[in-house]
Design a protein around this ligand. Structure first.
Ligand code: CU
Length: 492
């Protein structure tokens, strides 16, 4: 299965270069430290196992500190499986099965050559047996059979990490798909001898798809849906086990000028991730968690049960959005996170909006910005006229988020039909359409925290659309006229 020795000389040069790149600026291995080649994969001899230590385990998005020792060791990993009910989205509960109490499970950091003594404990109040299949293991089942553990028991097995890289692990107890779907996956990093190049920030992000009896955002405790899992159409696709796990106060952070390394995994159980950070480019990317770097990558495919290491320097401040670029998953199923970068602007790298001017597509005719008041419209319109025009305006500008039913999208965009927020204050509703809306609002007792953009509509359009919205789907309000819109705009 390996390349014959006669190809060694040529291949080993390539492999050495590869290993050196992966090792970054760290000290070059002495020639004697190069093990006999096994084809294209030359590995640095990890050396003898010296001493023993307890592995530091972390919950996402944190990562254990880099390994500084220059030798392999006996690494003791104590990991407990915990089953509990937690929130998968605001107001939506799910029964998670976890490695270490988080989804994804605890991050495990090892060095090539380490002999890992793995102790898998299954909490006594759990209901199910579990085990673990680590993709970093060379051995049958990745450890699955050796680690099958009933509630209230601990299983011990050991393995030597032979190959550096970033690997997924998961439960492999039948029904395997269900155990994974409930959150039983995580990442184990095997650092090369000499470690990874130093960076300023390291984070742990892992995608997963979830299948619930109720649709996205449907409140209450939602049981796992085997039917939906079999058809591979999830209700939730999330990073780190929850809608909003990396948003707002939970966003990842960095300072301008820092280099960020993301250990990104995909637990599946079904979907392949098109991982992308909006507004950034991966300077270095280790596809599939291996040690052959690619550079200048926009989006990387992460298979179910796979991983990638993405590294990039942040040059400008702002919010950079992590998404699965199969984009409905990001904006409608939860696969969206944030990296908040603070620091000084670099207006050469990114200027921000520099100007907003009239586009004279036809040349000479005098034009004006929508809403500036110069657009010629009748001073008055009938209620029926505004309703008809308003419906057209609604379809063009509002329907995608608030839907044709006016019911919005649960947990994302608030309803307009029967909305107490909308109907309580006519002037406020005009202001929202004129200026957009950010920050949390409560509509009919439910909190929404999404962004409504400024639509840049003419005053007449605003009057039409709001007349329509405030008098449709059972809403009953007065007509919104031009003067009222102009008054709100003037008051801004
Ligand atoms: Cu399990």
């Amino acid at each position: 299965m390996n390349s014959p020795r006669k190809t060694t000389a040529r291949l080993s040069t390539v492999a050495l270069l590869t290993a050196a790149t992966f090792l970054g600026s760290c000290s070059e291995p002495a020639p004697s430290a190069i093990a006999a080649t096994n084809g294209a994969q030359t590995q640095v001899d990890p050396g003898p196992v010296v001493g023993a230590e307890l592995a530091v385990l972390t919950s996402p998005p944190m990562v254990p500190p880099p390994i500084t020792r220059d030798h392999a060791t006996k690494l003791i990993v104590n990991l407990e499986v915990r089953e509990f009910i937690g929130e998968i989205a605001d107001g939506v509960e799910y029964t998670f099965w976890t490695f270490g109490g988080s989804v994804p499970g605890s991050f495990i950091r090892t060095r090539v050559g380490d002999v890992v003594e793995f102790n898998l404990s299954n909490a006594a109040d759990n209901k199910m047996p579990h085990n673990i299949d680590l993709h970093a293991v060379t051995g049958p089942g990745g450890g699955a059979a050796s680690s099958f553990t009933a509630p209230g028991h601990t299983s011990q097995f050991s393995f030597k990490v032979l190959n550096p890289g970033l690997y997924a692990y998961h439960c492999a107890t039948a029904p395997v798909g269900m155990h994974i779907a409930n959150g039983m996956y995580g990442l184990i990093l095997v650092e090369p001898a000499g470690g990874l190049p130093p960076v300023d920030k390291e984070y742990y992000v892992m995608q997963g798809d979830f299948y619930t009896e109720g649709g996205y955002g449907e409140a209450g405790l939602q049981p796992f849906s085997m039917a939906k899992a079999l058809t591979e159409i999830p209700d939730y696709v999330v990073f780190n086990g929850r809608v909003g796990s990396l948003v707002g106060d939970n966003a990842l952070t960095a300072e301008v000028g820092e280099t960020v390394r993301m250990f990104v995994g995909n637990g599946g159980p079904n979907l392949v991730s098109s991982f992308h950070v909006i507004g950034e480019i991966f300077d270095s990317l280790y596809p599939e968690g291996g040690n052959l770097p690619n550079h200048n990558v926009q989006t990387t495919l992460i298979p179910s049960g796979g991983a990638a290491i993405a590294e990039f320097k942040v040059e400008v401040p702002g919010t950079f959005i992590l998404v699965d670029h199969s984009i409905f998953r990001a904006f409608n199923k939860g696969a969206l996170g944030m990296l908040t970068v603070t620091g000084d602007e670099d207006l050469v790298v990114y200027s921000g909006k520099q100007d907003d001017r009239i586009y004279l597509a036809e040349g000479g005719a005098v034009q004006s910005m929508p809403g500036s008041g110069a657009v010629s419209v009748p001073a008055t319109r009938t209620h029926d006229e505004r309703m008809a025009l308003g419906e057209r305006g609604y379809v063009a500008n509002c329907l995608a988020c608030h839907q044709s039913t006016g019911l919005g999208i649960p947990a994302a965009f608030p309803p307009l039909a029967g909305s107490d927020f909308l109907m309580a204050d006519k002037a406020r509703s005009i202001g929202v359409v004129l200026n957009g809306l950010t920050g949390a609002v409560t509509v009919n007792g439910t909190k929404f925290d999404s962004i409504m953009p400024m639509l840049n509509l003419a005053d007449d359009d605003v009057a039409n659309i709001l007349t329509y919205v405030r008098n449709t789907w059972g809403n009953e309000g007065e007509m919104v006229n031009l003067e009222e819109v102009r008054a709100v705009r003037a008051a801004k």
